[in-house]
Design a binder for this molecule. Structure first.
Ligand code: PEP
Ligand code: MG
Length: 585
């Protein structure tokens, strides 16, 4: 038995068998294949090598066109290696001789080559070793890009174990087959974690070397409440976790009984509790949990779940489906938030060096105006059918808001000319996710109809801590005084501009932060649907005066430790039985 501590990202306890899934740029999972699989693995190898060859050909041609023949020569070495019969035969022999997968054989044989070049001990050969590594990554990318189809092969319920999963891999999972997720990499508010929560799959990320330790079919316990994975558990541990599992299910069922109750504080202040969704069907879960509407629809999942960019009609169909299910409740559509860890890097020939500071979110949309217009037209058309708001993600400069609004104004005229109905008063809001926007709240408030604070990104950019990197997860602290200060600033700016302000980052769904957010003046919180009942329970247990007192006290602290301790103490006072599982340190 082995106990591995990771980061809890989606609650629930599951016992099941491991199913290993790989991804590009990573540790190759070990799996012994049957003799009958050898031909299939050789065929996969052939297809991957051919695809890598095509890619190198195109890259070489583009480099020659744009930079000249000399720089294009580096690709000759890559192409030559791919044609090298000795190398290809050594990979095929490794598959057939050791019964390993094509990716394992590629990794092994490329490493042999890298070592040979490195041993030659001069700079030219060092560079060649780097070229081999680069080529290895490319070939593995082709082999492991086909991992979604490996997921499709899953025929019995299992726990997906991976070094890393992309948000699109997570979004493509069959919920009837995947019962939990455990990965080596990742952070609590990374997009894959968010999708896992949306799918309601108990998940633990940041488990370091789990995918190397686990063998396909191993029995595992995934404890998404405490962030623990237990490998090959003994009988006593299994029994202990079965009891924990029953308790966790009972307490969630009890909370769900609150779904019909109003979210009102003990002194009569109404708080709107909204849901965050990635797919229109999730509206049902939001309503079943007692949500008041959708505070964040992450529309980029329309791109992540299909091969071609969505058409205007694809957008419209998805929005209308959500509107129909909402039966008059509001729908806040966030325009496409692609970039960084979502999708675009895999599509680029030259991935960005610093993607989280690169062409993502509103910047990506503005750089692709034709695609952006298709989405904006669909949003406008949808607005004729229900209360729709639109908001722009990751605005870091008022110019981006102005450009987005200008495009909406042009498209409104276009629709008007075509006689297509839309809501002329559709509210246009801004997500506050970077410090520059938080600090320029007054300017943005004067030009928009509402704010929604995206704390997942706001924490990452304020503290310079990658939200998806388990190595710095200990520094990713929503309770950091700098974050609390910025949230307070934004709420004030919204109030003085006379506009609404909500929070739609994960902080809004964490019981620990609920009293603080209310005390800072927030009256709308948007979260993963499953968290609505527990947040409602906090709201109904407190008075606004209590929350404001706490916010004032917290405002004077200068360390996240002090802030967290104060929040934990308040929550414990409310009901240690109910909130205990959300207070783990
Ligand atoms: C956020 O950053 O808080 C947010 C809600 O957006 P996303 O998690 O999709 O980046
Ligand atoms: Mg964000």
């Amino acid at each position: 038995m082995q106990r591995i501590k990771g980061i809890a990202v989606s609650p629930g306890i599951i016992v099941g068998r491991a199913f290993l899934v790989g991804s590009a740029e990573q540790v190759v999972p070990h799996r012994t294949i049957a003799e009958s699989e050898v031909t299939g693995q050789n065929e996969r190898l052939r297809v991957a090598l051919a695809a890598a060859g095509d890619e190198i050909g195109a890259l070489s041609e583009r480099t020659r066109r744009e930079l000249g023949t000399e720089p294009a020569k580096i690709f000759e070495f890559h192409a030559g290696l791919l044609r090298d019969r000795a190398l290809v035969t050594s990979i095929e022999r490794r598959i057939a001789g050791s019964f390993v997968t094509a990716e394992q054989a590629v990794a092994d044989q490329f490493r042999v080559l890298v070592d040979q070049f490195k041993r030659m001990g001069n700079e030219v050969f060092e560079q060649k070793a780097n070229d081999v590594l680069d080529l290895e990554r490319r070939v593995l990318g082709h082999l492991m890009g086909a991992q979604e189809s490996r997921l499709a092969q899953l025929d019995a319920p299992a726990i997906v174990v991976a070094h890393e999963l992309t948000p699109s891999q997570a979004a493509a999972m069959d919920r009837a087959k995947v019962i939990a997720i455990a990965t080596d990499l990742g952070g609590r508010t990374g997009h894959t974690s968010i999708v896992a929560r949306a799918l309601g799959l108990p998940s633990v990320v940041g488990c370091q070397r789990l995918s190397v330790e686990v063998e396909e079919g191993d029995e595992l316990i995934v404890d998404g409440n405490e962030g623990v994975v237990i490998l090959r558990p003994d009988a006593r541990t299994l029994e202990e976790y079965r009891r924990k599992q029953e308790r966790s299910v009972r307490s969630r069922a009890a909370l769900r009984e609150l779904s019909g109750a109003e979210a009102v504080t003990r002194d009569g202040v109404r708080v709107a509790l909204m849901g965050n969704i990635e797919f229109p069907e999730e509206v049902e879960a939001v309503l079943a949990n007692g949500g008041d509407g959708i505070g964040l629809y992450r529309t980029e999942f329309l791109w992540l779940t299909r091969k071609e960019p969505p058409t205007e009609e694809d957008h419209l169909e998805a929005y209308l489906r959500a509107i129909r299910l909402l039966k008059g409740k509001p729908l806040t559509i966030r325009t496409c938030d692609l970039g960084a860890d979502k999708y675009t890097q895999e599509q680029m020939e030259e991935p960005e060096r610093n993607p989280f500071l690169g062409l993502r979110s509103i910047r990506h949309s503005l750089a692709n105006p034709a695609e952006f217009k298709r989405q904006l037209r669909a949003i406008l058309r949808a607005s004729a059918h229900g209360p729709v708001k639109t908001m722009f993600p990751l605005v870091s400069n008022p110019m981006e808001l102005r450009q987005g609004k200008l495009m909406l104004a042009d498209l409104s005229e276009e629709l008007e000319d075509e006689g297509i109905p839309f809501d002329r008063q559709m509210p246009i809001g801004v997500m506050i996710e970077v410090p520059s926007a938080a600090l320029m709240g007054r300017v943005l408030a004067s030009e928009s109809s509402f704010f929604s604070i995206g704390t997942n990104d706001l924490v990452q950019y304020t503290l310079a801590v990658d939200r998806g990197n388990e190595r710095v997860a200990y520094l990713y602290q929503a309770a950091h005084p700098a974050v609390v200060y910025l949230v307070k600033n934004v709420v004030r700016a919204a109030r003085s501009g006379g506009i609404d302000c909500s929070v739609c980052g994960e902080m809004a769904g964490e019981p620990l932060f609920c009293m603080l957010l209310l005390g800072l003046g927030l009256r709308t919180l948007s979260m993963v649907p499953d968290q609505i009942p527990v947040i409602k329970r906090v709201v109904r247990s407190v008075t606004m005066e209590q929350c404001e007192r706490l916010a004032r006290r917290v405002g004077s602290f200068d360390s996240e430790r002090q802030v967290e301790t104060a929040l934990r103490d308040e929550l414990r006072k409310l009901d240690p039985e109910v909130f205990g599982q959300w207070m783990s340190e």
